[in-house]
Design a protein around this ligand. Sequence first.
Ligand code: OVM
Length: 407
Amino acid sequence: MTLIEGHRPITPATGIPVWDVNPYDEAILRDPYEYYARLRELGEVVYIPRYSVLAVGRYATTHKIFADHENFLSSRGVGLNDFALEKGWRERSIILEVDPPEHTKTRKVMARVLSPKVMKTMSDLFRDTAERIVDQIIDQGTIEVVADLAEPYPTTVFPQALGMTESNRRYLVDYGAMVFNSVGPDNALRRNSLRNAGEIIPWITAACARERLTEDGMGAMVYADADKGEITHDEAGLLVRSFLSAGVDTTVTGIGNALWCLSQNPGEWDKLKADPTLFRPAFEEVLRYTSPVHTFGRTAGHATEIAGYPVEEGTKILCVLGAANMDPDKWGDPEVFRIDRKPVGHVGFGAGIHGCVGQNLARAELQALLTVMLERIDRIEPAGDPVWRPNNAIRALDKLPLKLIPK
Ligand code: OVM
């Protein structure tokens, strides 16, 4: 049988609206809000013939699919390729691309290493590095956020927290782009980011080896759990790889998107400056408003249903988190960025058993950086048009010129 994007084509159930759209069109990836709105308007679930997939964008249904890991599997890949039919582009992740019971064991190890208690031990590192980088950019006056701040900060603190003895900013950023573009179809974005795979994957794999990691970082904690017999030593290496896959691009994007939101909404910056304890709801609102991971998929493990429509075994479902986070049936004035909204239940970190295990680390990084910025910078002003960097799974900036007005 001929596969489409590595999965079996489906015949959608009668009544499911058909939409001739390419969700991975670069124009949509750059400015997705109309696509999100149309997807929600069309129905609970939509069939997209171009890729023979279903897509969901209403909040309640998207959340329900993420909560239902028994019907909607991760082990067949969270992109368009069905791992039951074809091998992926790399050895599969043993936390992202597995179901229970395999998932339970690796998730427990990662949750312990990424616990709030461990995150507290990182706060000096996060704060000191933020001070150093913010001091540098203040002297510049006008900065380009992505190159001057959003990429440098995580690629400095994160490898240190992990205990990497040798780091490479370009490789880490490019590997992240590769991981997330690979969740999409075989388009130019995916092919271009995979071009350097032959050079980057061996570097990443080598960086995950125990002897390349210090004895006091998160990587060593994962290997210590292997010593205790909770996981194998090979599995420890793959979990360290998950840190490198999921921990860089996402936080780079979080920083860029946060500064985009705050620079476009100076009143919200002022509110936060006046009361930095609003950091937490402010960051959750950035996640709701920009959905750094805009789309992740699931695969129907057996015949099931979505909103009453039958769904065949093997169906790929695009869960459009960006659309769910903007659903007016869930959020009042969803297109308004309000730092005190407290958007409880947003799916920016996903939901259910696969919900982001690194979210405490992400918050700690963002908190350290934003706190230092709010202490030292009076105002931030756009200094040119923002440019988005299309990616099949991530909504990230390519360029954000900003003027910093120090206190
Ligand atoms: C992994 C992985 C990769 C991408 C994303 C992710 C958001 C995890 O390799 O485990 O979580």
